[in-house]
Design a protein around this ligand. Structure first.
Ligand SMILES: *Cc1c(COP(=O)(O)O)cnc(C)c1O
Length: 374
């Protein structure tokens, strides 16, 4: 059994993917071919944003978003401590300082109450300028944007949605990557919508920001490609990846998202009462980038992982270390504030196989192993 079975997905989409790749090769328009713009339009339309600017990966997408708003040295950017490292790394990369915030114990997303405390603390210290919030849609569940957006307005902060895991999720009728001032996603193969290599995208409603992103991702180009007006990156999505993503986006919209919901529902049904299953607040939809359960404690979690592994069921621990526990951030001043929720969750959490091509028999088998708990 695979944790995320990309081979099964390929088998299901093989003729369409082969055709898309073949056409991209034959056109020999490998960089910024017409497939890239076509994909950007489809992505923007799907998430409900005016513009999509693709780039080389989800980390660059965040970095481009920060650069577009000139986040720099002396700025504080608030970020949940329980996330994938890139969410915090990019803040340091542009010279700003990540300020870590504890997460909600049930959704694992940034906790609005802790966020307010962190903002107040930074304001009081007067060492850094509070500038932005990066909210992460962890495991596919959109963060609490209604509450976070209010705080962003109250404190005049830029709100960035890190939707690397959130693509496909919703709050009401609004889709992930349409929240905040600017949103990003990743097409790393294991994400809900993945390509066959690295890829990413930024979403905005502002034409000016879109233009800036398009310059930043191509060496800070001006009107003319060889007139460089700012410092940028080389961060483009390959034509071939765009062609593959077009096929995959179609499957994602037509049935993969639905299958993810069905599989999660079956997990919920068979596991409920035995372990804590993912908490999806009323009106929210998760794309289940991960299906993560909580065990009683670290001992029980580690025992279960061992047992699953002995029965050839892969599982993963996302994340063993929060940002405030990373060696690189040992001198970060917020790293000592205390993050009880993040620390408890990282000891108890376990992510189970999750992808649209899992069979009911496989889910049933996994749940039986978990329920037995010898
Ligand atoms: C994967 C991920 C990223 C980075 O995406 P890459 O495409 O791997 O660079 C950023 N933030 C979160 C929350 C992620 O899960």
């Amino acid at each position: 059994m695979q944790f995320i079975d990309l081979k099964r997905q390929y088998k299901a989409l093989e003729p369409a993917i082969n055709k898309a790749v073949q056409e991209a090769i034959e056109s020999a328009h490998f960089i910024m071919g017409p497939e890239v713009r076509a994909l950007e339009e489809k992505l923007a339309e799907y998430v409900g944003r005016k513009y999509c600017v693709t780039c080389a990966n989800g980390t660059d997408a965040l970095r481009l978003a920060l650069a577009a708003y000139d986040i720099k040295k002396g700025d504080a950017v608030f970020v949940p401590t329980f996330t994938f490292y890139a969410s915090a790394e990019v803040i340091s990369l542009v010279g700003a300082v990540p300020v870590f915030v504890d997460v909600d114990p049930r959704t694992y997303n940034i906790c609005p109450r802790s966020l307010r405390e962190a903002i107040e603390r930074v304001k009081k210290e007067e060492k850094l300028r509070p500038r932005a919030i990066i909210a992460v849609d962890l495991f596919g569940l959109p963060a609490d944007y209604p509450a976070i957006e209010k705080l962003a307005i109250e404190y005049n902060l830029l709100l960035i949605e890190d939707g690397a895991q959130g693509f496909g999720g919703m709050i009401g009728e609004k889709r992930a990557c349409s929240f905040g001032d600017i949103a990003t996603t990743s097409f790393f193969p294991a994400k809900p919508l993945g390509c066959y290599g690295d890829g990413g995208a930024v979403f905005t409603d502002e034409e000016k920001v879109k233009d800036l992103l398009e310059s930043l991702k191509v060496h800070g180009k001006g009107q003319d490609k060889y007139d460089n007006v700012r410092i940028g990156l080389n961060s483009r999505l390959d034509t071939m990846q765009a062609a593959i993503l077009s096929v995959k986006l179609k499957a994602f919209r037509e049935y993969e998202m639905k299958r993810r919901q069905e599989i999660a529902k079956l997990y919920d049904l068979l596991l409920g009462g035995t372990v804590d299953v993912p908490h999806i607040p009323e009106g929210y939809v998760s794309s289940y980038a991960q299906y993560s359960i909580l065990l009683k404690d670290e001992v029980e979690r580690d025992q279960l992982q061992k047992k699953l592994s002995e029965c050839s069921v892969p599982s993963m621990i996302y994340y063993k270390k929060s940002m405030h526990q990373q060696t690189v951030y040992r001198n970060n001043s917020s790293a000592y504030w205390g993050f009880p929720n993040a620390e408890t969750v990282s000891q108890r959490i376990l992510s189970l196989p999750m992808h649209p091509y899992l069979t009911e028999d496989e889910v049933t088998y996994i749940c039986k192993l978990i329920a037995e708990k010898d």
